[in-house]
Design a protein around this ligand. Structure first.
Ligand code: HT7
Ligand code: ZN
Length: 859
């Protein structure tokens, strides 16, 4: 497959101002008639041919200006036409079979309904078209189909007419007044019902809102609707962005490759991010729904009104929109807790990507299959990069920058460079050096040392950006670090400072300290870097107890544990000294458990041990089994040493009345956490406690939490509750997904055998991405399963990739990255991983998606 390079971008030689699409809909046969007005693009190179992208299509009829032509040709699936003049009308008829579309790209059937997914290159599976984001058109859509199968017909924009025929068919005409690229096109036809509401915009316009679901799901849409209205209001207040159509539709589908899609006026969602009630969805699910609804809604401006020039600019819309959804969720709930959660996701998903074979800049330079670049780097690191601009400018000036960006580029297909320039001009920043964040991959490392002399504390900083594939040498990047220096006697500081490290090495001095202060640095995680420092455990205990920045407090707890475990794993701390480190951690945990000034949501964060993937990231070469064993051993020690404290928290939290308040949510969080530690310390006693929590639960958070603990234990409670859970929820696909995921993520020593058996379960199918992800994604995080010494776990994932690739290559390719970590793993497992990658690479007929990921992983 060809390598597509950013530097090769050329504008398309033709403009396509108007598109008319007529669909005769059927599950097995859908006929598409398209009419494109095309005009020569004066700003592009002249060409007498027009390339209309196609993927798996055959043109049944082609006319130009009303004349049937047969002088067309196909080039690798694309339709090539020769055009004599400057303006033409091209009409093309194609036919597709949505029921055979298991890739879930283009037009496909899902549970009897029809829906589309066009980003990034799905539109070309529907009709021939310049399927690239810089060709903007207004769309008119006629949908026609059997009324009984498809009573609801939806597309982008506004419904302008509808009618019925005598033969049982009906039709609807949709018109979207806003020019858009083809990736934002959508249609849905099916038997759906709506939760309807309205929203009055800041200028007083009424918008009709509807969330479309299957009949039985209607009562689980209230939270999604609240989230939508909150998003609309928040975007007006926080970014001055008003909605721009009279209707906003959301449709939930159960077969979907990603979370959701921001099609103009017709968002299509994975059911997972729409449906919730207390019995079937956890607090985490509720938060995720709010975040994803917000994210897709915010794309209406950052993505749709201002779109991307080409797919290399993906982070322009995705990074910015992730930042916007993070700020939204922070405002809707606890801002410090949200920040900690976002950093945890970044570190567990993006840091490993940035240090592995798939590392790429947030604005990549080349790709073979764009679907492989919807990554944690483009999304989450992209958001961090824009967040740094906000930190440098301050929120008010940053807002002036984004206002200017929207004003300058409304209706355009823009670039990351356009965004940076707008922030520079609007916020009054010089971002010359900052642009390196867009160019360079790799997580910068900042080593620091604090020196104290007389009354001056001097902070010595040094940065290195590690080499990544194709980028052996790196330049220093500007790293904004929010910091505070604490007086260790009073426990206070004189105000936070922002220092920006721009050179490889730099020192900053602070006077007025008669004794060495305690340094709190990268507060709020002001830069997406990894900090290397030698901090005395007592300073970390001090910060864990005293820091007024919630993130820094969390970080001190993490550092305390990471330092201890890393020391043990690398051998720099002898086993005999294990007790000393544990005591310090135990004291910090006890303080957190006893601290009345903390709310439970925050307490819950402080009690989370660093994850195994983050710990592996801290080691040059990781031994997953050793990491797992040390971490579990610490957990068990904490559980038994603080048994009384954890039991008290569990009892207190269990007495909090359930509901949606932050207090109730916090109580649920610490309740299950206490159970996790107690189960590690005393498995037998805790099994009964977990079973009791399961039985008493009136909500999914408590029930899932209890079952999560039980799945890691032996004994009859595990079996009984797993059977009960399945029988209770067997009709609910999203909860059955949880049932699969709980077992495949479990600490049980036989997790591998369990996953193997579950793959044979009648409810398992490779056709549904949620089901595939729920069984296999959590498994890739298990030390005893995925990293089993025999290599059987690696083989299982490689077999999955090979079986899934012909069905759904996009989803298959997402499973390659866990196998790609071989360079950072101990030699026996490294060889096993490599062998599996080579086995996949040698398979005939591999998709472009999987092929690209496997060859990059082999390096
Ligand atoms: N912009 C959307 C991306 C997306 C997608 C990409 C490739 C294949 C399928 C997909 N479904 C959705 C989602 C978002 O980031 O908002
Ligand atoms: Zn997005």
């Amino acid at each position: 497959p060809a390598l597509i390079r950013r530097e090769d971008y050329r504008p398309f030689p033709w403009l396509v101002p108007q598109v008319s699409l007529a669909f005769r809909l059927g599950l097995e046969k859908t006929r598409v008639k398209s009419a494109l007005t095309v005009n020569r693009n004066a700003r592009a190179d002249h060409s007498s041919t027009i390339r209309l992208n196609g993927d798996g299509l055959t043109p049944l009829e082609v006319t130009v200006d009303g004349e049937a032509i047969n002088s067309w040709s196909l080039d690798g699936g694309d339709l090539m036409l020769t055009l004599a003049g400057d303006s033409h009308l091209i009409e093309i008829v194609t036919e597709i079979d949505p029921s055979a579309n298991s890739q879930l790209m283009g037009l496909y059937a899902s549970g009897g309904m029809l829906c589309t997914q066009c980003e990034a290159e799905g539109f070309r599976r529907i009709t021939f078209f310049p399927d690239r984001p810089d060709v903007l058109s207004t769309y008119k859509v006629r949908m026609e189909g059997p009324r009984d199968a498809f009573p609801v017909l939806l597309s982008n924009g506004n419904c302008v007419a509808r009618g019925e025929a005598d033969d049982g068919t009906h039709w609807a005409d949709w018109h979207d007044p806003w020019p858009k690229p083809s990736y934002l096109f959508a249609l849905v036809a099916g038997d759906l019902v709506a939760n309807r509401d309205t929203f009055i915009t800041m200028s007083g316009r009424k918008v009709d809102l509807a969330i479309w679901v299957r009949e039985g799901d209607l009562e689980r849409t209230a939270h999604a609707m609240d989230s939508l209205k909150n998003s609309m209001k928040w975007d007006e207040e926080a970014f001055g962005r008003e909605y721009d159509l009279d209707t906003f539709n959301i449709v939930a589908v159960s077969d979907f490759n990603m979370g959701a899609m921001e099609n103009k006026g017709l968002n299509v969602f994975n059911t997972k991010y729409v449906l919730a009630d207390r019995e079937t969805a956890t607090d985490g699910d509720y938060d995720a729904i709010e975040g994803v609804i917000g994210h897709e809604y915010f794309h209406n401006w950052s993505g749709n009104r201002v779109t991307c020039r080409d797919w290399f600019q993906l982070s322009l819309k995705e990074g910015f929109t992730v930042l916007r959804d993070q700020l939204f969720s922070a405002d809707m709930g606890s801002a410090p807790v949200k920040r900690i959660e976002d950093v945890r996701i970044l570190r567990s998903a993006q840091f490993p990507e940035d240090s592995g074979p798939l590392a790429h800049p947030i604005r990549p330079d080349s790709y073979r299959e764009i679907s492989n670049f919807y990554t944690a780097t483009v999304y989450n690191k992209g958001a961090e990069v824009i967040r740094m601009m906000r930190t440098l400018a301050g929120p008010e000036r940053f807002r002036e920058g984004t206002d200017l960006y929207f004003e300058r580029h409304d209706g355009e297909a823009a670039t990351c460079e356009d965004f940076v320039r707008a922030i520079e001009d609007g916020a009054g920043l010089d971002l010359k050096q900052f642009r390196r964040w867009y160019e360079q991959a790799g997580t910068p490392k900042v080593s620091l040392r604090l020196e104290h002399q007389g009354d001056t504390a001097t902070l010595h900083l040094e940065q290195t950006v590690p080499p990544t594939p194709g980028q052996p040498d790196k330049q220093p990047v500007p790293i904004p670090l929010r910091l505070a220096l604490f007086d260790r006697k009073t426990g206070r500081h004189d105000g936070e400072q922002l220092v920006t490290l721009t050179e490889t090495r730099q020192s900053f001095s602070f006077s007025g300290f008669s004794q060495p202060p305690v340094l709190s640095v990268n507060r709020g995680f002001s830069a997406p870097v990894s900090i290397e420092r030698e901090t005395a455990p007592e300073d970390l205990v001090f910060l864990a107890a005293n820091d007024d920045d919630a993130f820094a407090r969390y970080e001190a707890m993490q550092d305390l544990v990471v330092g201890h475990l890393r020391g043990l794993l690398s051998g720099s701390i002898g086993k005999a000294e294990r007790g000393e480190g544990r005591e310090a951690i135990g004291r910090a945990f006890a303080a957190v458990l006893a601290d009345d000034s903390l709310d439970d949501l925050m307490r819950g964060e402080l009690l989370i041990l660093p994850g195994e993937s983050y710990l592996a990231e801290q080691m040059l070469i990781a031994d997953p089994a050793a990491i797992h064993a040390e971490r579990e051993s610490l957990k068990a020690w904490l559980g038994s040493t603080l048994e009384g404290e954890f039991a008290a928290v569990h009892e207190r939290a269990s007495a909090v009345e359930s509901g949606n308040s932050p207090e109730a949510k916090g109580a649920r969080k610490v309740k299950t956490q206490a159970l996790v530690y107690l189960a590690a310390g005393a498995p037998e006693r805790s099994a009964a406690m977990a079973a009791a929590q399961y039985d008493a639960a009136d909500n999914m958070t408590d029930r899932q939490g209890a079952l999560m603990v039980l799945t890691g234990l032996a004994g009859p409670e595990r079996t009984h509750k797993l059977i009960d859970f399945y029988n209770r929820f067997r009709g609910n696909a999203l909860v059955v997904d949880k049932w699969f995921a709980l077992q495949s993520s479990s600490l049980h020593p036989q997790v591998l055998e369990h996953v193997k058996a579950l793959a044979e379960h009648p409810d398992f199918t490779l056709k549904n991405p949620n089901r595939v992800r729920s069984l296999y994604m959590p498994f890739t995080g298990t030390a005893r399963g995925f990293h089993a010494e025999s290599g059987e776990g690696y083989r299982m994932i490689a077999d999955l990739i090979l079986a899934l690739d012909p069905i759904n290559p996009q989803t298959a390719a997402r499973f390659v990255s866990p196998l790609g970590r071989w360079r950072r793993i101990e030699p026996v497992r490294a060889a096993l991983l490599r062998a599996e990658l080579e086995r996949i690479a040698a398979a005939p007929g591999l998709s472009r998606d999987t092929h690209e990921q496997v060859s990059r992983s082999l390096g």
